[in-house]
Design a binder for this molecule. Structure first.
Ligand code: C5P
Length: 220
C-alpha cells in the first residue's frame, strides 16, 4: 500500500509497545497495538462464558466481529466498560494467547488491523505484523530481549499499574506464552524473511528508537 507502515514484532515483553510509541511519536504516526486486540478478544469471549478452544471457533469469531471497542487515549472500552487494566493481568495475557491461536479469530481481526494504516503512517507491533498483516511494509523490525530482562520488564510494568506480580510465576508464564505463540500452526511468532533484528536487552528505549528511525531513513 501507499501508507508507510513500520512493523515491530517480537516475543512478550521485549519492549515492542514502548518502542512503537517512541518511534510513532517521532514520526507523527499512529500506533497499532495488535496484542491489545487479542487481549480484548479474550476478555470479551470469557465475559460471554465461551471456552477459548478451537471447538468453539465459530462462536469466538462471532464475538470478535461484534465487539464494541473504543480506544480513548490510553483507555480501552468494551461495551462502555473500562477494561484497560484487566486485560494486562496474567490471566488476560494467557487468554489472549489462547484465543489468538484460533485461525477464525485471527481472520476476524485482520481487516480491522489493515484499516489502521492511514496517512501519515503507522507503527504496528505484535507477532505477525511483518509476516501476515503488513507483508509489504518497507521496514520490519524483530525485537528480542533476554528472558530475564523481559520478565523484569513485565514485572515493573504490572507493579507500576498497581497490579500484583510474582517473578517466578511471570518467568514461567512468559515462557509458556512464547512457546505457544511460536509453535502454533497459524501466524506463529517468527521473524519475516526481510526483518531486521534488534536486541533490546541492554540498550535503552532512546537508543532502540534511534536505530529504528535510522533504518527508516534508509528504507522509506
Ligand atoms: O503483545 P501482547 O503481549 O499484548 O500480546 C498478547 C498475546 O496476543 C500474545 O501472547 C499473542 O498470543 C497474541 N498476539 C498475536 N498476534 C499479534 C499480537 C499478539 O497472536 N500480532
Amino acid at each position: 500500500g501507499q501508507v508507510p507502515v513500520i512493523c515491530i514484532d517480537g516475543p512478550s515483553a521485549s519492549g515492542k509497545g514502548s518502542l512503537a510509541a517512541a518511534v510513532a511519536a517521532q514520526l507523527g504516526y499512529a500506533v497499532l497495538d495488535s496484542g491489545a486486540l487479542y487481549r480484548i478478544a479474550g476478555y470479551a469471549a470469557c465475559a460471554r462464558g465461551i471456552p477459548l478452544h478451537a471447538d468453539h471457533a465459530p462462536e469466538l469469531a462471532q464475538v470478535v466481529q461484534e465487539m464494541d471497542v473504543a480506544f480513548v487515549g490510553e483507555t480501552i472500552l468494551l461495551g462502555g466498560e473500562d477494561i484497560s487494566l484487566k486485560i494486562r493481568s496474567d490471566t488476560g495475557s494467557r487468554n489472549a494467547s489462547l484465543i489468538s491461536a484460533i485461525p477464525a479469530v485471527r481472520d476476524a481481526l485482520l481487516q480491522f488491523q489493515r484499516d489502521r494504516a492511514r496517512l501519515p503512517g503507522l507503527v504496528a507491533d505484535g507477532r505477525d505484523m511483518g509476516t501476515v498483516v503488513f507483508p509489504q511494509a518497507p521496514l520490519k523490525v524483530f525485537l528480542t530481549a533476554s528472558a530475564e530482562k523481559r520478565a523484569e520488564r513485565r514485572y515493573k510494568q504490572l507493579i507500576s499499574q498497581g497490579l500484583s506480580a510474582n517473578m517466578t510465576t511471570l518467568r514461567e508464564e512468559l515462557h509458556a506464552r512464547d512457546l505457544r505463540d511460536s509453535t502454533r500452526a497459524v501466524a506463529p511468532l517468527q521473524p519475516a524473511v526481510d526483518a531486521l533484528s534488534l536486541d533490546n536487552s541492554d540498550i535503552g528505549i532512546e537508543a532502540a528508537a534511534r536505530q529504528v528511525l535510522s533504518w527508516w531513513e534508509e528504507r522509506r
